[in-house]
Design a protein around this ligand. Sequence first.
Ligand code: GAL
Length: 847
Amino acid sequence: MSEITRRDLLASGLAVSATSLLSRSAFARSAALLGDDMPQGSAAAVPAIAPREQLLFDFGWKFTLGDGWHPSKDLNFGYGQSDFAKTGEFKFAKAGFDDSKWRTLNLPHDWAVELPFVHDDSGEGDSSLLSHGYKPLGRRYPEASVGWYRREFDIPASDLGRRIWVEFDGAMRDVIIFANGCFIGRNDNGYAPFRFDLTDFLNYGAKNYIVLRVDASFGDGWFYEGAGIYRHVWLTKTDPVHLGNWDSTVRTTVSGDSATLALAAVVQNEGKEAANAKVSWKIVDSKGATVATAEAPAHPIPVGGSTTYTASAKLVKPALWSVDEPNLYSALVTVEVDGKVRDAERVTFGVRTAVFDPDKGFFLNGKPLKIQGTCNHQDHAGVGAALPDRLQWFRLAVLREMGCNAVRTSHNMPTPEWVDACDRMGMLMMCETRQMSSNPEGLQQLELMVKRYRNSPSIIIWSIGNEENQLQGPMAEQGAKIGASMVQRCHELDPTRVVSAAVNADNEKGLSTALDIIGFNYHQQFPDGFHKKYPKRPIYGSETSSAISTRGEYATDPLRNTVNSYDGVVPWGETPEGWWKFYGEREWTAGGFAWTGFDYRGEPTPYGWPSINSQFGILDMCGFPKDYYYYYKAWWRKERSVHVFPHWNWPGREGNEIPVWVYSNLDEVELFLNGKSLGSQRVPHLGHVQWKVRYEPGTIEARGAKDGKVVLTDKRETTGPAVSLRLSVDRTEINADGEDVAVVKVEGLDGDGRLVPIAKNSVEFKVSGAGALIGVGNGDPNCQESDKGAKRSLFNGFAQVIVQSTKQPGEIRIEAVKEGEDNPDLKPAGIVITTKQAPLRPAVPVV
Ligand code: GAL
């Protein structure tokens, strides 16, 4: 293996020793996944096509904290009764308002991750602190729960006559929005996108002002949700005759070696006269070649009216979308009136079939495929809920390397770039809405989700919710009705996909009666009986496992809030082996989703304070693998693997018995301590092997054999203390677009250059040049150091630094030095990341 591949692999955080490196071909695939098939390198593609403009509205906002209780601390907002009384009088969103003391920042932004940790021993209302991982959000923390965003922007005179929307992919949470002194609207949930038509309120050929008050006093979930405009914002400009928002659909039916495409689009006429509009479609493959065209004839649309257009097209021998080959097509949808193009957009889709069979499980393109899934929340170390697009790819690539082929967006509508990355990377999705209800808000959230993502080939299941115990129990009758209304709405908007829910019950009543396929959360006592009783209903594990472990820790110690990495699990959960043996071995299940891929802030199970995040992750908050990761890798990937643990640094434990486990998919493993065999064991299918070993310093080595021959080894060596640092990075060259990020791995090494798996040294980072540090982490669930500071302790050998480019090409220099006086001497390390000129996404200029 060449130096570069080894370095890159180490940088990806996935390799522990040279002997456990992936095969060359597997790595070739992972390199592609970690990198460069992402459109424009760092950011997801924008679907707009001229004359439509979709401008990124992320850069150059002003921000200040307000107050959720007293108007005097909240810019005097709400002092009187008149804030909403007169259109045009809201002074914060007008010229002349002084925001010079507000901070300047770029979106996406999560102010919760910037707040200090707070603990309240009174117990009163502690649950909101717990949920947020001890970040002080909620009614009890008014001074930290409201944020104001303000942005000045120009609208050219030439825009007069166009329709102009401001579009938010999501903000946490209750938003009130004003523009040019006028109240524009509200949005009251944290995950669904929202948009407002600003056309009537804008100053053309002049300055404009937009202001948002974002109030995170109330939450949507029971986990860390962040606070603020944590997803992208867009300013979209169209002709008055334009395509309906997320109304364009491409539905594919595969038959033999061709596919029929049912094409549909809606055109709205917001102009001043009737329009005789026609719609055409050009289907292009991933290389840009046109493979089909279609047209729907011109049709008059009255002023204020809209018309649905349909057509069909055929693809011969389409390149199917699959987890191994995520082939995508685009439909370029164009609206023309009297020979002039008035609007156009790109709809990305894939051709594939997805079928759930009650006897044989899930089939993708006619081939059986077990869902090897993980549930995930959406925050990451250092940045909270405000992930740069590239980080979505980074996280998916890490899951993918483990053999995970599906993600569930628990428990909310996902960030668009997560879905986009799944489409492009070949990751299946169960896409979940937040509010399970057929009330207007619940249905609206559901509709937005289905409309927004129904062309995405990665999505195979719509989920209408999670663990609604009332709707399964005391309110089962209402549950059945609410469920039926929601399922029906999904089917109307998207007849091509099954609808399900994550149900923590026996699934025999309530909303379960309405579901197309049955998801069990935990409760492995139920599926067998259910399958016998309802043999026609497909079954999968909608949420399983909830195994817990602390990366690099091997004892469960309530005094240190650690959980051992062998078999930690909550009472309602299962170890990885416990749930995968169940779902993996039953042909009739479609597989399932483990709780969770990554640790997440909040819900700091199994301990409370000072733990600030959950320990459910197979990976920690930074994406560094825990030992469980290698169980999945052994049984979810075909490539051979051997992973031995724990580490072999146990000073003072000489002569004591230490459990040594090996995860492997080979036939047999022989264990050696300092070259002496401790015996060989056959690896049970979907299991592991283990020994008790009297500790002596040196080397513990596992040799894995296939057909009687040793084919792979893995070892842990007793190291000295950390004396130097090493920095490595996921990519050494990133785009100078103000969005791209590099993820830097920091390691503590001993005198022989070996990772010290117990190193906890404190490290300071100096970042200079064409980028900035946007977050740090180390994966320690009990670490309360700042995510935003320029220092971090290593946690069991590792820390992570995330740096983001500016728009100026150049170099980002990162230096890591020891921090603090009592820290033993550490040789510093440095790394340079090149930022290269790259196309900038069209954006609203900063004024
Ligand atoms: C489930 C729930 C998840 C998480 C998990 C922890 O019941 O759906 O959100 O709380 O428990 O085990």
